[in-house]
Design a protein around this ligand. Structure first.
Ligand code: BJW
Ligand code: ZN
Length: 243
């Protein structure tokens, strides 16, 4: 409780705030996180074998089917009080690792997406942006779906996300690094802080003199970087911070 008050005070005093989010902020909307036991998507599907360019090359229908299932799942859920509290922080730059659109739907229109989006497929050969296929009914988890073909070069359409071994979008990474090195407070929410270079963002803010506040029900490698660690869920803790 005292920690929540301290965090709220830091946020109130801050002129420039960065909110850095991961899968945990969408968990209470019903979007499974990546690495949590039982609910993690990758408990059932091995991350390394699905979220890589090699997997798409070897097994495009398995990988595309997985992303279609996730896109459908996201389109049926809603932003939770955590997303809404972030949107209410009007002076904040929102930087997310998430590929869902729940920050935007909560009202954070200018969210920076470090790992791309489920809603921006493109050609795996020529890079041309592709139309989203319409989903009819709920695709089964684990069902193979053959990806559409590019209208320009007939290459396979791939999800517009950043896989392991791929570079992050340059403009997004630059905007994130700039905001992190220039802020007074960085609020990190619902991330395991294990995937780089994104995990460098809160560390960069701390090195640049910002106060880092972390919201996570579990300890993470970012505990030692944070000035205040709030052990709780995003939907419960964030509304108290913005109040
Ligand atoms: C709650 C909650 C609630 C639960 N409320 N909280 C340095 C060291 C070691 C390795 C590397 C390094 N630099 C690069 C690497 C390699 C690699 C990497 O980081 N590997 C590590 C795993 C070791 N990185 C890369 O490959 C990156 N690319 C790269 O470096 O390219 C170099 C290059 C340069 C130039 C040219 C070419 C190449 C790319 C990384 C891409 C990551 N992509 C993914 C998949 C996106 C698509 C998809 O969605 O399928 O992004 S992986 C996955 O992890 C996804 C996430 O955005 C990302 C982070 O996960 P996140 O959000 O933290 O989720 P979880 O599940 O891990 O954690 C959830 C947290 O929420 C937990 O802490 C819970 O406790 C908490 N929680 N409920 C609040 N209610
Ligand atoms: Zn193409």
């Amino acid at each position: 409780m005292a920690d929540v008050r301290e965090a709220a005070k830091l946020l109130e005093k801050a002129q420039r705030v960065v909110v850095f989010t991961g899968a945990g902020i969408s968990a209470e909307s019903g979007v499974p996180t990546f690495r949590d036991a039982l609910t993690g998507l990758w408990e059932r599907f091995d991350a390394q074998s699905l979220a890589t360019p090699q997997a798409f090359q070897d097994d495009p229908d398995l990988v595309w089917g997985w992303y279609e299932w996730r896109r459908h799942r996201v389109s049926t859920v809603h932003p939770n009080p955590g997303h809404l509290a972030v949107a209410a922080m009007k002076n904040a730059v929102v930087i997310t690792q998430n590929v869902d659109d729940l920050h935007e739907r909560a009202g954070s229109a200018d969210t920076v997406h470090l790992h791309g989006s489920l809603f921006m497929p493109r050609c795996s050969q020529c890079g041309e942006a592709a139309a989203l296929p319409s989903t009819t009914g709920e695709p089964d988890e684990g069902r193979r779906v053959w990806p559409p073909s590019c209208v320009r070069c007939a290459g396979l359409i791939r999800p517009g996300v950043v896989w392991f071994g791929e570079a992050l979008p340059e403009a997004a990474l630059e905007a994130a690094a700039r905001a992190a090195s220039d802020c007074d407070v960085l609020l990190t929410v619902g991330t395991s802080g294990m995937v780089y270079p994104a995990a460098e963002i809160p560390r960069l803010a701390a090195r640049s003199g910002a106060a880092v506040i972390q919201v996570n029900p579990q300890p993470t490698p970012l505990d030692s970087v944070a000035l205040v660690n709030l052990r709780g869920s995003a939907a419960q803790v964030l509304p108290d911070l913005a109040a």
